[in-house]
Every structure is written in C-alpha cells, then in structure tokens.
Ligand binder design. Structure first.
Ligand SMILES: [Zn+2]
Length: 117
C-alpha cells in the first residue's frame, strides 16, 4: 500500500468532483478533459492512469438511456416542432456537463484499483 489509502468509494467521490483521488484537493483535469500528470497539492503521480474512451462510453450510455426513450415517447405522442430540438439540446448539454466528472471518476477508479504504488 502506498502513502495514501486507496478507498474506492472515497476515490470515486473525489474523482466525480474533479479532485485528486489521493488527497481530494488537487485538480484532476485541466482544459476540460486533459488529465494532470501529477497532483499539484500532494504530488501523486497520475500520469499512468489513462481512461481512454471509457468516460465517453459511460456518458453516451447514460445520456442515451434517458433521452432515447424520451424522444421516442415524445415522437409517438406527436410532439411539437420545438420539443424534439429542445430534447436534443438537453441531451448534448447533459453529455458536455457529465463528461468531466465521469472522466474524473474513471481516473479515480483506476487509481483506487492500483495496489502496486
Ligand atoms: Zn493530490
């Protein structure tokens, strides 16, 4: 075990807030989605945790899970010409909003599962 206890639940909470999984203080991401190589507060090496496309997959799943049935129901009920574009904008906005916290959680998950440090 390293100098930080790797508790999964706590790490995920910190990751969702965009904070370092180790100390909960330093920023995990910069420029929207770019992971920091190390924590500016505790110095934890974060460079080896690469989430790749996991966060976009999760966000696509969640947004699709909510908005696809909604769009289908609205279409089946004869929604107005304004309703579906609004739903589409809400779906895109949700994806943009969710991507950083989900990526933070993915990086925190990798950090928490790494017992070699
Ligand atoms: Zn830290």
């Amino acid at each position: 075990m390293g100098r930080h206890e790797r508790r999964l639940g706590l790490a995920l909470q910190r990751g969702l807030r965009g904070r370092c999984a180790a100390c909960g203080k330093g920023r995990l991401l910069r420029n929207y989605l770019t992971p920091n190589a190390s924590c500016s507060v505790c110095g934890e090496d974060l460079s080896r945790y690469q989430a790749a496309d996991f966060a976009p997959y999760v966000v696509t799943f969640l947004v699709g899970l909510v908005f696809t049935p909604l769009a289908l129901v609205l279409t089946a009920r004869g929604a107005s010409d304004v309703t579906l574009p609004v739903v589409l904008l809400a779906a895109v906005g949700s994806a943009v909003f969710l991507l950083p916290p989900i990526k933070g959680a993915a990086l925190a998950l990798l950090w928490a599962l790494n017992e070699t440090n």
